[in-house]
Design a protein around this ligand. Sequence first.
Ligand SMILES: O=C(O)COP(=O)(O)O
Ligand SMILES: [Mg+2]
Length: 224
Amino acid sequence: MHDALNDIDLIIYDLDGTLIDSAPDLALAVDDMLQTMNLAPAGVDRVRDWVGNGSRRLVERALEHSGAFNADGAGSEQVDEALALFMDAYARHPVSRTYCYPGVIECLKAQQARGISQALVTNKPSRFIEPILDAMGLEGFFSHTLGGDSLPQKKPDPAPLAHVARALDIAPQRVLMIGDSRSDVQAARAFGCRCLAVTYGYNHGEPIAALNPDHLLDSLEELV
Ligand SMILES: O=C(O)COP(=O)(O)O
Ligand SMILES: [Mg+2]
């Protein structure tokens, strides 16, 4: 068994950039929103770097990039309208070009067989979680799933991690967070649990190794 799993009773996974490559569908929805607003499309290579802090921040980054903001930033009304367009577009095609990374299902099955509890904490709005997990064949593995809007705080705040661990009565020292971005590493540090980062995810275009996670993996297959 991989060292990262020593003394671990609960694994909390991130979703986007860790279990699934959702950037192509997120980019379609962002570009759909921008087109409706008569702004130029952003494209998947930019959108990938904007994922990880929830849909509102994604939309703000797209508006900032497109020049829709003046120096003082957009009004929250403008962001609200853009966010509604984005959410509608993403709801129409959440999984048209989304796929599970290699080794993910095998990893989830292996930990399930070992009796390790598994949960999902994403900054994605919670309404998208179930349809995406169902379409990817990832349903049935997680005792808890939390989205960016499930609690008042989201990653990098440790609150969603603490919420799940408390519900399962598991101490932080026995929890492993697996993610792709700085929010995941920072949430794990703040909660006091161990942290494993995958190298293939998004992390705003920066190498995740710079954040010194406890473990780095190129594939979740290595945890099987
Ligand atoms: O920012 C998002 O919407 C989702 O990001 P996460 O699944 O990597 O937390
Ligand atoms: Mg992520």
